[in-house]
Design a protein around this ligand. Structure first.
Ligand SMILES: [Zn+2]
Length: 124
């Protein structure tokens, strides 16, 4: 059985964006990633769009710097019997294989399981 180091949980992350909304259409607009509150215009198209927004206040409302809050699931971190730290992501039928020793674990409990090729169908 893998030893649970940290159980699965949800993490909040906050990202700052510079945003503009089209007037009359709250579902449409422009959003730019920022660094130190300055837009990151990594591609020429982003710079064109950003400058267009600044030059067309009749078309878009400047929302300034906006906080975008997201929540993401973080998988359980466990220590395999072999000593390898593994993330129990459960991508294969809620199981995870250790990349070091090949053991399979239940991604909820950390319990070691037989390899999938030894699984048999449940009979009623
Ligand atoms: Zn292992």
């Amino acid at each position: 059985m893998a030893k649970i180091i940290k159980k699965a949980h949800t993490e909040k992350s906050v990202e700052l964006r510079r945003e503009f909304r089209r007037k009359g259409d709250p579902n449409s607009g422009f959003s730019f990633a920022v660094s130190d509150r300055v837009p990151i215009l990594a591609i020429p198209e982003a710079e064109v769009n950003y400058n267009w927004c600044l030059q067309h206040p009749e078309e878009v409302d400047d929302l300034g710097i906006v906080e975008k809050v997201t929540f993401g699931k973080v998988s359980t971190l466990a220590m395999c019997e072999c000593g390898e730290e593994i993330w129990l992501t459960g991508r294969y039928y809620n199981t995870t294989q250790c990349p070091n020793c090949g053991r399979w674990h239940c991604s909820t409990s950390g319990q070691e399981l037989n390899p999938p090729d030894e699984w048999t169908e449940m009979r009623r």
